[in-house]
Design a protein. Sequence first.
Length: 106
Amino acid sequence: MNETENFQYPTSDMARRGNGSDTHSARMTAAMRESLSHARQKLEDTVATAHQRSRQMADTTSDYIQRWPFSAIAVAAGVGLLVGWLLATQIREEQRSAMRARSRWH
């Protein structure tokens, strides 16, 4: 008999797998499943809480807009102007940077 005839490929029905027994693997699998289940439940609770808070925020915002529509328009316009100014400043800076880079290469 040579060495290759005695070699057995590992199968799922062998008594030992890797560094531990089947019972150890089963316990580890059960612990991992329990941990995963706990994490999934915690994630579902977090998502439900976030959904509830976002709904409350939307309701509060809607009430504010209905109560003071012109103030809401003024706030929205102010935010729009601020965002537009910031974007324009950034675009101008990028254009200046590109012009400086081109002038170095020419």
